[in-house]
Each structure stands twice: as structure tokens, then as C-alpha cells.
Design a protein. Structure first.
Ligand code: GLN
Length: 444
């Protein structure tokens, strides 16, 4: 049924970079037989899903949305791929994305842009645009995306689905193509909050193969589907409702807050005094880490190699032809920030301000259990409408501070503005995903 749906909508939505029809059908058949035989089955047995194309799949192309990895077939699975397979998942394909996860609209895909299923003239958000659109268009039951500065939550908001960015360290990054390693996290995009908790149950938990993965006692996240927020203390940071927020989006969020109040939550204003530095800090740290991570694409070890007479020329041509414009812009920015003489002024300074932002959040969590805000300042915009990279970067102001602090955060559909979905962001303490699910479920 899902494959049929893919056939009927994919020409318009373009959420997939590849569909592995035969493998998926064989796996589904296997699941059917297991079920019919009454054998022991996984929690996700036989359920069709797809993965963002920066998650390694053994024997299946993993392009990261880039020409430079166009024909790259990883010899191993990402840890999340492995865990899903063990739980019985059926992988039906790999999902389109902004090249190397750099972007907010999917227009930076090295192949073709994804379209928003609610309006094919609009962007689905990014960089996990394919992951959000595929779930919204009912092409898969769930998907995984990655979030470095909002790439799960913002597309979830634009496409009207549920998207969780777990706490940094909760889900293994082993086999995720690195963008900015101190910010990247993998998480589920689903139709419902409960589905989301089921998928997190499978993918979360310590993995010795990722040195930043944290050993913690993982609860059963589906146990948080309690229909109550009685006494929940919700902080609303005033900086999130400042200039740039679309008034119709604001209305939807204010209405959601009053719903919470009616359900018995306590709402109070709070403040993130260093919020104005979050975007500049992010664009120093993320580009610095990206410039270092992307040094490995030299035509020797992975993917595409350009023809040339000598080695240096081969490096240059490979990178010049293989990377898209936004990726090159970021490599240059990051290389500059890490250069001798500039390191202290930019990178080190950014790391210090990052600590201040972390402390701002910690202070809020002394008085509040969760923070609520819009996920994005606007609804999905038209393709081609944001050609200025800075205007595009501004769209991530509400999601980026969360990655800088390593906190978990979920986007849940909260209503519509001008007929397009609006997402509500709920941010929690480190490893408090359960409480996010509780708050999201009660509202859903
Ligand atoms: N849009 C942000 C960027 O371009 C965040 C991307 C992400 O979370 N991967 O960097």
C-alpha cells in the first residue's frame, strides 16, 4: 500500500532519492511469514519506513544529497539502521535532503528539491525535507532525519508532522555522515506522538561506537502517553516572540498556550538573554566543524573523482565539481574561522558564548519543566522565495539555540496559518524526552 502511494505521489513530492522496491517487498513478505507462523517479531516488524540519505545503509547508496557521494555505497550500516533492522523495520528507500544537511528548504539538494505535500509550490523545510514530506504524504509510516540546527523540527513544522531532536548523546551518530559533530543528532519523524516514542525506544541508547553517546537508563518512552499536564510548569521565553515572528503563527502558538493553561499547566514568562548571539555562534561552530569534517572528500577515499593530470589538480577539480554552492560557502567560512590568528577571535569566542547560552537554559529549567515556543517564525514559503542565504539562516532562530545547548526538543502540529501547518516547539532538560512526549501527547 505504501509503495503504491509512493508511485502515485512521488512525481510531485520528490521526497525520495531512491526507492528499494524489490528489497522492501521481500522484507515485508518475510515479516508476513513470521507473523503468520506466530514467530517472535520485532516491535516495528513489517512497518515501512525510509531514512534520510545521510544515514549509512550497507549495500545501498548513501549520497547525503551530494554529487560528491552520488555513487557511494557504504560497506556498513549506521547504528540506527542496524537497530531498526533488528526491530523488524522495512526500509523502502532513502530520502532527499539539502546537500550535507546544509539548508532549511531542501533547495540545496544536489539532485532536485522536495516539495511540500500541502502545496507543491512550497518548500517542505530542511534539511530533512524528504523525511518530513514522505511522512506527511503517507509514503512511509515514519522516517528518520538528522538535526544540527533545526533540520528535523523545522520540516516537521512545515509539513504538519511530529519531529523529535533527542538530547545530544541519546542516539548514536555512528554511520551518520558528519556535518557539525558537536551539534548533529538523529531523530524520528512520525504522524503521531505515540509513534514517535515507539521509534525512539528502538533507536536510543548507549553505543560504544560513538564516543559522544551517553550511557543512561532509557525509560519506555511510550509510558509517557498520559493525558495530563496538571501542574506542568511551562516557560515562554520572551525573545522567541520578538520581531520576525509571523503574526498568524504567533496566534496559533498563543492559542496552544491557553489550551495548556486550561489543561492545568502553569505558564510563566522567562528569558534567554544571550539568544541574539545564537545564530552567529552557530554559523561559526557549524561551519568550522563542517570544514574539518568535509576535508575527507578529496576524490581518493570516497565517491566522485574528477579527471586530472596530477594529484593536486585532481583534489581541486573533485571538490570544485562535486560540492554545491552552499557547501563551498560553509567550507570557506569554517576554514577562515579556524585559521591561525582568527581561531581565538572567532571559534574560541563562539565556544564561550555557547556556554553562556547553555547556562541561560539551565537557569530557566530551575523554574520550569519545559519551554514552549514556535518551531519556526513562518509557515512554509514558496520555492525560490528565499534566495538570500542570510534570510534563510534567520528562519532557524528558534531551533538553533537548542542544538547549541544539546537539549531535546519536539515539534508538534499546533494548527494552521493561511491553510499551512504550524509547529509548536517543546524544549526540555537533558534526557527528559519523556516529559516532552507527555506534554506533546496531551496537546495532540
Ligand atoms: N538550516 C540549518 C543549517 O543550514 C540547520 C541544518 C541542520 O539542522 N542540519 O545549517
Amino acid at each position: 500500500r505504501f509503495l503504491k502511494r509512493v508511485c502515485s505521489v512521488e512525481a510531485g513530492v520528490q521526497a525520495f532519492l531512491q526507492v528499494n522496491r524489490e528489497d522492501a517487498l521481500a522484507r515485508a513478505e518475510e515479516a508476513d511469514q513470521k507473523i503468520a507462523a506466530g514467530a517472535e517479531i520485532g516491535i516495528l516488524e513489517g512497518i515501512p519506513m525510509a531514512l534520510k540519505d545521510n544515514l549509512c545503509t550497507a549495500g545501498i547508496k548513501t549520497t547525503c544529497g551530494s554529487k560528491i557521494l552520488e555513487n557511494f555505497v557504504p560497506p556498513y550500516n549506521a547504528e540506527v539502521t542496524e537497530r531498526l533492522a533488528k526491530a523488524g523495520a522495512v526500509l523502502i528507500g532513502k530520502l532527499n535532503m539539502d546537500e550535507f544537511a546544509m539548508g532549511s528548504s531542501n533547495e540545496n539538494s544536489g539532485f532536485y528539491p522536495v516539495k511540500n505535500p500541502w502545496d507543491l509550490e512550497r518548500v517542505p523545510g530542511g534539511s530533512s525535507g524528504g523525511s518530513a514530506a514522505a511522512v506527511a504524504a503517507r509514503e512511509v509510516a515514519y522516517s528518520l532525519g538528522s538535526d544540527t540546527g533545526g533540520s528535523i523540527r523545522q520540516p516537521a513544522s512545515f509539513c504538519g508532522v511530529v519531529g523529535l531532536k533527542p538530547t545530544y548523546g541519546a542516539v548514536s551518530r555512528f554511520g551518520l555522515v558528519a556535518f557539525a559533530s558537536s551539534l548533529d543528532q538523529i531523530g524520528p519523524l512520525t504522524k503521531t506522538v505515540r509513534d514517535n516514542a515507539h521509534v525512539l525506544n528502538v533507536i536510543a541508547g548507549h553505543d560504544p561506537k560513538d564516543s559522544t553517546s551517553v550511557p543512561y537508563s532509557k525509560p519506555d518512552y511510550t509510558g509517557f502517553m498520559i493525558n495530563s499536564v496538571q501542574g506542568l510548569r511551562i516557560g515562554v521565553p520572551k525573545e522567541f516572540f520578538a520581531q520576525g515572528l509571523n503574526p498568524e503563527v504567533e496566534q496559533v502558538i498563543r492559542k496552544a498556550l491557553s489550551t495548556y493553561e486550561k489543561m492545568g499547566a502553569e505558564i510563566g514568562e522567562c528569558s534567554l538573554p544571550h539568544m541574539e548571539y545564537a545564530l552567529p555562534v552557530y554559523y561559526i561552530i557549524a561551519t568550522a566543524e563542517a570544514s574539518s569534517n568535509l576535508a575527507r572528500y578529496d576524490g581518493v577515499k570516497y565517491g566522485f573523482r574528477a579527471e586530472a593530470e596530477d594529484m593536486i589538480e585532481m583534489y581541486k577539480r573533485t571538490r570544485a565539481q562535486g560540492f554545491g554552492e552552499e557547501v563551498k560557502r560553509r567550507i570557506m567560512l569554517g576554514t577562515y574561522a579556524l585559521s591561525s590568528g582568527y581561531y581565538d577571535a572567532y571559534y574560541l569566542k563562539a565556544q564561550k558564548v555557547r556556554t553562556l547560552i547553555r547556562q541561560d537554559f539551565a537557569k530557566i529549567f530551575e523554574d520550569f519543566d519545559v519551554i514552549i515556543s514556535p518551531t519556526a517564525p513562518t509557515v512554509a514559503y514558496k520555492l525560490g522565495e528565499r534566495s538570500d542565504p542570510l534570510a534563510m539562516y534567520m528562519g532557524d532562530v528558534y531551533t538553533i539555540p537548542v542544538n547549541l545547548a544539546g537539549l531535546p526538543s519536539i515539534s508538534v502540529p499546533a494548527g494552521f496559518a493561511g491553510g499551512l501547518p504550524v509547529g509548536l516547539q517543546i524544549i526540555g532538560r537533558h534526557f527528559d524526552e519523556g516529559r516532552l512526549y507527555q506534554a506533546a501527547y496531551a496537546f495532540e
